[in-house]
Design a protein around this ligand. Structure first.
Ligand SMILES: *[C@@H]1O[C@H](CO)[C@@H](O)[C@H](O)[C@H]1NC(C)=O
Ligand SMILES: *[C@@H]1O[C@H](CO)[C@@H](O)[C@H](O)[C@H]1NC(C)=O
Ligand SMILES: *[C@@H]1O[C@H](CO)[C@@H](O)[C@H](O)[C@H]1NC(C)=O
Ligand SMILES: *[C@@H]1O[C@H](CO)[C@@H](O)[C@H](O)[C@H]1NC(C)=O
Ligand SMILES: *[C@@H]1O[C@H](CO)[C@@H](O)[C@H](O)[C@H]1NC(C)=O
Ligand SMILES: *[C@@H]1O[C@H](CO)[C@@H](O)[C@H](O)[C@H]1NC(C)=O
Length: 934
């Protein structure tokens, strides 16, 4: 449970670099004390860490994630906490220069060294450096460092009370728990969100160093911006794939350079070690504390980096050294792992050529990798933990394994968590997962005074430069839902001053941030807010360089990506209720986590659907304040899930109350997965419709804690039904029904996101629930051949349910299976792949089906390590394999339809196992039938 500590370094201090006339003292590790004078608490501390984690580790508090501790522990956030280091040995008192370097302080810190004031911080997302040369030189006694963290909620409230601070009309400023988050630069979801707790943690959450220079002409690298783009490339235009690559390296440093500094680069293939380039950089220049140079590389020389499913993730190591002219010993050297690719968000107007292809007028809204448009399949990444210091690389490796296993090639890194650490981008680079990244602004309007904008500018420049070398970086967006949601809300609240508020929006998200992105990256597209209608024009010398299209649209044309939530489950499967757009970047419905996960956080006697703890951990809908009795709003969310289950699925009614709770949790997950599947099928089919829809990113990939949320993966990594179902429907070639339940119209489509035509056969088989064939196959062809174009869909059958020859609609299942041949993008040696996908359709809702007990059973074969699932007596719908607590991993497939006599062999990928292999004994199988039994 506390294994995060193990991943941290040993005792402080570690001298990481003593050559080159500098002394770098690593401040990470133990050797710290965290204390509160006011509360008379003192405990061992760590760096990086946060107060909650250190107090938990020292047994001062109970597990913050247990029960209602998110309410009980608010006293931590409401107090000041001081991190004090042990005396820093190894500190030289006669160094020429001494600097403190903090890669992340959360958030309001007053820093003292040797008892003397050093400075203050107010932005969680910035790197801070302080010149402490004089303090170190005059330090007598024990040199200790202290970081006094103020209470972020109290400081935000104080700023709000200042008459000089901006005040917004009621409406656009969404409050979850703690108020006034928009005044401060701290992870916004720390103040509460509808899927998470509100701990508002504080502490030195990233690494820190004390850097000393012994001599002149010595530098320490703070940050490196490596930008790789096609010659002439500019962020908002289609990159020309025939042009040479430009590698631009720009290093931010402490210290001083000789008069004529030089830069050299060596680029090697990561896998083979083969050199690609070794040369002096050209056009080297220094501006302030930054040195920059560049070099060209032949257009076809590097092997390209591709996202997963589209080719190899070719990576290169680039080592950049900085030296004097003709100087042998370099002053500094940095190595970044990178890749060659262009990634472009195309929001250009639809061209005549596209119109001629049948694409509806308006604007594009899709991504292109290395000049090729593709279907983006994925979900939204929220902060994986309320406490970042315990997010380990191992945990993120497991999460990204699940992403890739889930056939997802893109995640949207939602704005108002934190900028992802480099190690997460590294994992994404290796796995081929594109990360649409956002600046940390969400569901509010933000201040635009000069101090605030300067602070944001430093934050933006630092983070753009820090992560720009990662080939997985796909996009920068200004913030979440600001243009599509908060502007309409402020228009409603304050129509007379609407243009004033729009002006503020543009000042921050366009006039300030856009140029900062462009100055630091030629390779990444920028848009001001997550969901939008695109722009009319870009003019980099205009005061507002990107003119948003807003509502300058023509009815019937398509311009935008879409964001869709509807908690009225009566229309959950009404295809006409889904938005038609170019790309779906958010959509969803919440569900309960599994019983195994609830047990991590809730007492046994509270394991029922609407128990106090379960209900109050549901923050949909949020309290909107610090109330610890949010029954009114939480019960609306509980009721939405309940109604969705009652509408479409058998209602669990088990005698054993825990078993009943588990069946209810499972039922909410089945609904969630079915609804997402229905939407994903609809969006993917749109790739072949006039809207030319090219993306589906559902809300949300994973959980921050154990609670009812939109997640497909629970807090410890266990997959909900959703992640399995999304994996299935994100396969390259799928067969799917398109059912208008009002008219009875039923169409069947094959949809493919391959880049070439695929061909094959679809088999359509009607059976009754006992598994017997329905005579005449209910007027349906048993088999049909098809051809489906690149990134396209093809209708293979159409009918109406009333024309189907079915004696009893409630006793009928259509099993659809597609068998297709095609090429995966960039397949090695042009290899042909076979794509198989199975789907099913019942002409009534699951709770109307005349179920029979399928007598579904599972057995385990020690030899092969495979489970065999078999239905001995009837059709097993919603076949679900479950595994016990103590192990985390995933089955090869799950939540499928099994016909009697069929034996399905299924493997399980173990991610963590605390049962010593004993978990295999606890694997169970159930089907929809089991939801009906006592
Ligand atoms: C609390 O911390 C803030 C930020 O560092 C500081 O300004 C304030 O003086 C501190 N208050 C106390 C009582 O330590
Ligand atoms: C600017 O706004 C920030 C955040 O609201 C506030 O802390 C600061 O005091 C303001 N500065 C001025 C000069 O108004
Ligand atoms: C795109 O189309 C709009 C009309 O929807 C037009 O106003 C705009 O000038 C066009 N932009 C460009 C760059 O051609
Ligand atoms: C149309 O676009 C212009 C220029 O961006 C903008 O000022 C105006 O508000 C937009 N009109 C509507 C109705 O959105
Ligand atoms: C289903 O048919 C009804 C009646 O014709 C129509 O109003 C509705 O839009 C249709 N839904 C879809 C998704 O086509
Ligand atoms: C849970 O509570 C909500 C709100 O009172 C109610 O509508 C719903 O029926 C309850 N659900 C269950 C499964 O008892």
């Amino acid at each position: 449970m506390r294994s995060w500590i193990k991943s941290l370094l040993g005792a402080l201090p570690v001298i990481v670099q003593s050559a080159l006339g500098q002394n770098v003292i690593d401040l990470t590790g133990d050797g710290w004390t965290v204390s509160s004078k006011a509360l008379n608490i003192s405990a061992p501390g760590y760096l990086p860490s946060q107060v909650h984690l250190d107090l938990y580790n020292a047994d001062v508090i109970d597990d913050p994630y247990y029960g209602l501790n998110d309410f009980n522990l608010r006293w931590i956030a409401n107090n000041n906490w001081t991190y004090t280091s042990d005396p820093l040995p190894g500190l030289s008192t006669n160094a020429k220069e001494s600097w403190l370097v903090f890669n992340g302080l959360d958030t309001f810190a007053t820093i003292e060294l040797c008892g003397k004031f050093v400075g203050t911080t107010d932005n969680q997302f910035r790197q801070y450096t302080f010149d402490v040369s004089d303090i170190v030189r005059s330090c007598h006694g024990d040199p200790t460092l202290s970081l006094n963290f103020g209470s972020a909620p109290l400081i935000a409230d104080q700023i709000a009370e200042d008459p000089a601070s901006e005040k917004w009309p009621y409406g656009p400023q969404q409050v979850y728990e703690f108020t006034n988050r928009w005044y401060i630069r701290k992870e916004q979801s720390d103040f509460g969100w509808d899927w998470g707790p509100a701990f508002a943690p504080a502490g030195p959450w990233r690494d820190a160093y004390l850097v000393q220079f012994e001599k002149e002409e010595s530098i320490y690298v703070l940050n490196t911006d490596l930008d790789i783009f096609r010659q002439g490339q500019i962020n908002h235009e289609i990159p020309d794939q025939t042009k040479p690559w430009v590698v631009n390296a720009s290093i931010d440093f402490l210290g001083s350079l000789p008069d004529k500094p030089s830069m050299h680069i060596v680029i090697k293939d990561t896998e083979s070690g083969k050199p690609l380039k070794s040369a002096a950089l050209e056009n080297v220049y220094t501006s302030g504390q930054t040195i920059t140079g560049n070099i060209n590389i032949d257009a076809d020389a590097p092997d390209l980096w591709w996202p997963t499913g589209m080719g190899k993730q070719n990576l290169y190591h680039a080592t950049i050294t900085v030296g004097g002219s003709g100087q042998k010993n370099p002053l500094a050297s940095v190595t970044k792992r990178t890749g060659f690719r262009t990634i472009f968000l195309n929001r250009l107007n639809i061209t005549d050529e596209q119109l001629a292809q049948g694409i509806a007028p308006g604007a594009n809204w899709h991504f292109e990798i290395n000049g090729q448009e593709f279907y983006a399949k994925g979900s939204n990444l929220i902060p994986p933990d309320a406490f970042w210091p315990r997010v380990t690389e191992e945990r993120m490796q497991r999460l990204f394994d699940a992403v890739v296993a889930g056939n997802q090639n893109m995640l949207r890194v939602w704005a108002s968590g934190a900028y992802q650490p480099d190690f997460i981008y590294d994992i994404a680079d290796e796995r081929g997962v594109l990360l649409w990244s956002e600046f940390q602004f969400s569901d509010a309007l933000y201040p635009v005074n000069e101090t605030f904008l300067e602070d944001v500018a430093a934050e933006v420049a630092y983070n753009v430069r820090r992560v720009n070398h990662h080939p997985s970086l796909a996009l920068w967006a200004g913030g979440n839902e600001i243009e599509s949601l908060e502007l309409p809300l402020v228009q409603e609240a304050d129509p007379d001053n609407y243009s004033y508020w729009v002006g503020q929006y543009e000042q921050l998200f366009i006039s300030l941030i856009l140029p900062l992105v462009y100055e630091n990256s030629r390779s990444i597209s920028y848009m001001p807010s997550s969901t939008n209608n695109g722009y009319l024009w870009v003019n980099l010398s205009a005061p507002v360089p990107m003119a948003e299209r807003y509502d300058n649209t023509t009815d019937g044309d398509y311009y935008s990506d879409t964001d869709h939530y509807n908690y009225d489950s009566s229309v959950a499967f009404d295809l006409g209720s889904y938005p038609i757009g170019r790309f779906a970047n958010e959509f969803g419905f919440h569900s309960m986590p599994s019983l195994q996960t609830w047990r991590q956080a809730v007492d046994e006697d509270e394991l029922y659907f609407n128990s106090t703890t379960v209900m109050l951990r549901n923050h949909h809908y949020p309290s909107g304040d610090l109330s610890t009795h949010n029954f009114k709003n939480s019960s609306m969310g509980m009721s939405e899930m309940t109604m969705a289950v009652e509408r479409y699925y058998p209602i669990p009614n088990k005698e054993d109350s825990v078993a009943n709770f588990s069946a209810w949790c499972h039922a909410t997950q089945m609904f969630q997965a079915d609804m997402y599947k229905s939407e994903i099928q609809f969006y993917r089919r749109g790739s072949g419709m006039p809207e030319r829809q090219l993306g589906s990113l559902y809300w949300q990939l994973e959980d921050i804690w154990q609670a009812p949320t939109w997640a497909g993966i629970e807090y410890d990594g266990r997959w909900k039904v959703l992640h399995y179902v999304a994996r299935d429907i994100y396969q390259p070639v799928i067969v799917s029904p398109y059912w208008n339940y009002t008219t009875g119209d039923l169409e069947i489509y094959v949809t493919s996101d391959l880049w070439v035509t695929a061909r094959g056969t679809v088999n359509l088989t009607w059976v009754d629930l006992s598994g017997n064939p329905i005579s005449g196959n209910a007027n349906t062809p048993t088999s049909t051949q098809f051809t489906v174009g690149a990134l396209n869909t093809t209708k293979i059958f159409g009918t109406t349910v009333s024309d189907l020859d079915l004696s009893n609609k409630t006793n009928a299942v259509l099993v659809m299976s597609v068998h297709a041949q095609g090429h995966l993008p960039n397949a090695e040696n042009g290899a042909v792949s076979t794509f198989i996908h199975q789907n099913q359709f019942t002409p009534v809702w699951p709770n109307e089906v005349t179920l029979v007990d399928p007598k579904v059973e599972v057995s385990y074969d020690q030899g092969t390590g495979l489970f065999t699932v078999e239905a001995k007596n009837g059709v097993s719908l919603y076949t679900w394999l479950d595994y016990p607590a103590g192990v985390v991993g995933y089955f090869d497939e799950n939540m499928f339809t099994l016909l009697p006599g069929e034996k399905r062999k299924i493997g399980f990928t173990v991610q963590t196992d605390e049962t010593g292999g004993g978990w295999v004994e606890g694997v169970t199988v159930q089907s929809l039938w089991d939801q009906t039994t006592k």
